[in-house]
Every structure is written in C-alpha cells, then in structure tokens.
Design a protein around this ligand. Structure first.
Ligand code: ATP
Length: 328
C-alpha cells in the first residue's frame, strides 16, 4: 500500500495557556481533498500550522511525503503550499510582481521563474490580470492571487485555511472548481472551512476536530447520482418509501422484513432504517409489491455534510458528557 502523504502520530500542541491538540493521529492519502471542519477554537488552524512545519509540536510527530516536520522543516516547506486564514498581499505590486516575489521566496532559479509565474497565473485564471495592481483586485481575485502564490512552486500538498471566507456564491463556486482542478493536477488538498455546503462540492474526505480531538475522519462517497454521500456504515441506512395512497398495513409489512430496524412516518410516506447490503434492498421492494402495497418511490436518504457533521458533534459531546476525562 502507498505511503500516506500526511502521517500524524500522537500530535500534542500547547500554547502557554492552553493545550490546543490532544494526541491527534490521522493519515491523509495522496490525491484526496479533505474537508477540515470543527467549531470555532477547535484547533483547525493550529493543526494546519503544525502540518505546515510552522509550529513545533509539544510531542508526537508529523511526516509529510516521507519528511518529518521537526527534522526537515525547510524541505517540508518545498513540498507544501500553505494559505493562512489571514493572508497578506503586497497591494502596491502588480499581480505579476506578486507571483515573481513568491517564486523568489521559494528559491525557484531565476531562469525558471517566468514559466512558473505563467503556469500559476493560468491555473488560477489570472493570465489577463498580470499587469493589474493587486490592491485593485476584487476579494475573489485576491483570493485567487493568494492561491496562485501558494502553488507557485508546484507543491504536492496544499493546506488552505478558510479559503472561501468572504467570497460571494459565484466566487465560491469557482473556488470549488479550482480545488477539483488542482486535485486533477496531482495535488492533495486539506481545506478548512465553516461553509460545509461548499466543502461538500469537492471534498472526498471529512476530518472533524472538536476541542483539540479528532472525532471523525471518514470518506465521502460519490453515489451513482453524482451526489456526495456521507459514509454512515456500519450504521443502518435510512431509506425513504412513498406510496400512491395511504395503506394501513405499511408499518406492519415493513417491520416484518429482515434488516429493517425502525419505521417512522405515516401510512403513505415513511423512513426506514435498514441494516444490510445494498444488494439486499430489492427484498424490501419485493415484500411490498408481493403484499400489494402501492409503492411508487424508494430511495436512500442522503445525509448532507452539514447534517452528518452536526450529528457527529452531538454524539461526540454526549459521549464526553457521559465519560468526562475520557478525552485526554
Ligand atoms: P476558528 O474556527 O475560530 O478559526 P480554530 O479551529 O482554527 O478556530 P485554533 O485557532 O487552532 O482554532 O485555536 C485552538 C485553541 O487554541 C483555541 O482555544 C484558541 O483560543 C487557542 N489559541 C490559539 N492561538 C493561541 C495563542 N496564540 N495563545 C493561546 N491560545 C491560543
């Protein structure tokens, strides 16, 4: 199996007055786009800064593309692009000068800088703006310029802290497309944001941090309809069933079907929780049809990223309340 691009082992980070990360462990695979989510103050920025080899862990270790951040911070910087939540841009410089400056900071040889600048500007759709002054750009274009600077040295891993904050819906949409195209160019992305609907458009994985602990790290599936689907397995899957007209036998028929754990709803529209393989779902339809129940719709209920996130947070907090001290 391929080495993960990010390996975090028992990472602890402390500010003078606060432990911000408690023994965090996780790994991120090449080519993934991971949504890093969590409430304010959860530890997302601290986590990203540790991964970016900008802050040294109190204990534990981080390996980025085979390099330990504590031992080789400069080499790690060459592998990654990090966009801070409060990034700055030289407003007086043209877009082109900003990109030249970023390339020089990354010690790209002078002869190669024009190529890097052109490629980065093209990736971000800034090629017609090179002579504009950065200070005159709109918020969305400034964000693009900041990302263009971040990828000027062709990093393999991109760490973006709140890249969509302050963007209008159109700019956010175009940022989503950009994330996918950077992934297609071979980059792995870790993106923190509070706007879950936007993360849902492009993320392959979700990492939830709460109070300095990772409470969930899971893959988001793309269903046949193309919609993202939160991986609820091994829990039961909610299925929605609709009838052409009410049928008083509905609950009784459903409850008798193996694998159905709960039935909620009236006599015409219900949600059932089904524990079983996808291939076994046709048994439910077969039972309904054989019982002459007039079924007209049958589909899996997709949990949105937001719903899944809030649900995980609720469960985690309930567990912590029930077992205080269980989390380090
Ligand atoms: P947000 O979503 O609000 O940006 P976050 O998840 O990025 O929050 P962090 O900024 O990583 O959270 O902060 C994690 C915890 O560490 C918070 O409790 C915060 O108050 C604390 N913290 C952050 N920076 C410092 C600092 N310089 N000194 C002391 N405590 C800090």
């Amino acid at each position: 199996m391929a080495e993960p691009i990010v390996l975090v082992e028992d990472l602890v980070y402390e500010y003078p007055t606060k432990r911000a990360l408690h023994s965090v462990s996780c790994q991120i695979e090449h080519g993934s786009i991971t949504a890093l989510v969590g409430p304010n103050g959860a530890g997302k920025t601290t986590f990203l800064r540790c991964l970016a080899a900008l802050d040294n862990p109190f204990s534990g270790q981080i390996t980025i593309n085979g390099l330990k951040t504590q031992n080789h911070p400069r080499d790690v910087h060459r592998q990654i692009g990090y966009l801070s939540d409060l990034f700055g841009i030289y407003d007086e410089l043209t877009v082109q000068r900003c990109l030249y400056h970023a390339a020089a900071i990354h010690q790209i040889p002078a002869a190669q800088i024009p190529d890097h600048v052109a490629k980065s500007a093209e990736r971000l759709g800034l090629e017609t703006r090179l002579q504009e002054t950065a200070g005159t750009l709109s918020r969305g274009l400034r964000q693009r310029l900041a990302i263009a600077q971040t990828i000027i040295h062709d990093p393999v891993l991109l760490l973006l802290d709140e890249p969509a904050s302050g963007l209008d819906p159109e700019a956010r949409q175009s940022l989503s497309e950009l994330m996918l195209s950077l992934r297609d160019d071979g980059m792995t992305l870790l993106v923190s944001s509070h706007i879950l609907a936007e993360l849902e458009d492009y993320s392959s994985h979700m990492l939830i941090i709460d109070n300095g602990h990772i409470i969930e790290h899971s893959m988001l599936h793309t269903s046949t309809s193309g919609a993202q689907d939160y991986d609820t397995s091994p829990e039961a899957v909610p299925l929605r069933i609709c009838l052409a007209c009410p049928d008083e036998r509905l609950h009784q028929v459903l409850s008798a079907i193996p694998g159905i754990e709960a039935v909620e709803g009236d006599f015409q529209e219900v949600t059932v929780l089904f524990q079983g393989e996808v291939g076994q779902r046709h048994e439910i339809i077969r039972h309904l049809v054989e019982s002459c129940v007039p079924v007209i719709a049958f589909q899996e209920q997709k949990a949105s990223l937001q719903e899944a996130y809030l649900q995980k947070l609720k469960v985690s907090r309930r567990t912590v309340a029930a077992h205080p001290g269980g989390q380090g």
